[in-house]
Design a protein around this ligand. Structure first.
Ligand code: ZN
Length: 265
């Protein structure tokens, strides 16, 4: 990899990224197994490993989170990292494409699969096998590959394929890639079962104010939160939700000014 597959007929260019987080290697295995059997009929499909050095080491990243570097205003110290250099290479590929599918998975047991995209991606997302689509990441947790595509007027879709300890995650990734290639017209059209997708919206990201942020409990992804419910304590301050909604990616034991959780409705 990278692998560029061209069909005999003209068509758009799509990019599939795997291993943007190097420890989410299941995506690499899935595309390696799929590629030999792919018959591209039209357009161009580029398949790329996101963070090769982190994939080799089986770590999320080596110096800084690659999936926060695709934004304006990246701090100078992060620009000295391997991941920053890698992001500049990936941007060249993204610039040349119309649509991105970025494959991710979770280390939290029983994580629900979901898609991340903005309104421009809803039509395509509707053809992918996911029960839920979440928007609002670009504004509240910017810097992802999908955010970059949206920012340059293209379509970025990130597929969170569920818990990586469950073999089903690989299966979801495989089905998603095939449904994506079909919806984009790159491979022979497959029957897609359009199902009703739930749509959710991220409203804000809570950044820790101190290095003593502690969650009130271990929250599951999308766990419902009541109005005024205690989410955690940041130093001595109680952090309560101002309205009903859900939390996503909640974690503690962080330094100050780090991503503690996303809140959405
Ligand atoms: Zn990831």
């Amino acid at each position: 990899m990278p692998i560029t597959l061209k069909g005999p007929r003209p068509g758009g260019t799509s990019i599939i990224l795997v291993g943007v987080h190097g420890d989410e290697r299941f995506g690499v295995a899935v595309v390696k197994a799929l590629i030999p059997a792919l018959r591209i009929r039209s357009g161009t499909v580029v398949i790329l490993p996101g963070n090769p050095r982190a994939i080799r080491k089986n770590v999320r990243y080596t110096e800084t989170n690659l999936n926060r570097l695709f934004k304006a205003n990246v701090p100078t110290h992060q620009k000295r990292s391997y991941e920053w250099r890698r992001a500049q290479i990936l941007k060249k590929y993204l610039d040349s494409a119309d649509v991105l599918l970025d494959i991710h998975g979770s280390f939290t047991p029983r994580s629900l699969p979901f898609l991340i995209c903005e309104q421009s991606g809803f039509n395509l997302a509707g053809q992918l096998p996911f029960p839920m689509v979440v928007s609002g990441f670009d504004d509240n947790q910017p810097g992802g590959t999908d955010c970059y595509m949206n920012r340059i007027g293209k379509i970025g879709i990130c597929a969170e394929c569920g818990y990586l300890g469950d073999p089903e995650a690989k299966n979801i990734a495989k089905k998603t890639i095939l449904a994506f290639l079909s919806a984009r017209g790159h491979i022979r059209a497959r029957k897609t079962s359009r199902r009703k997708q739930q749509r959710k919206q991220i409203e804000y990201m809570y950044l820790t104010k101190t290095s003593r942020f502690k969650l009130a409990k271990a929250f599951k992804d999308f766990e419902p939160i009541k109005k005024a419910q205690l989410i955690g304590k940041d130093g001595d301050e109680e952090i309560r939700s101002k309205k009903a909604g859900f939390v996503l990616f909640a974690r503690d034991g962080l330094p100050a000014n780090d991503e503690a959780y996303l809140f959405g409705v």
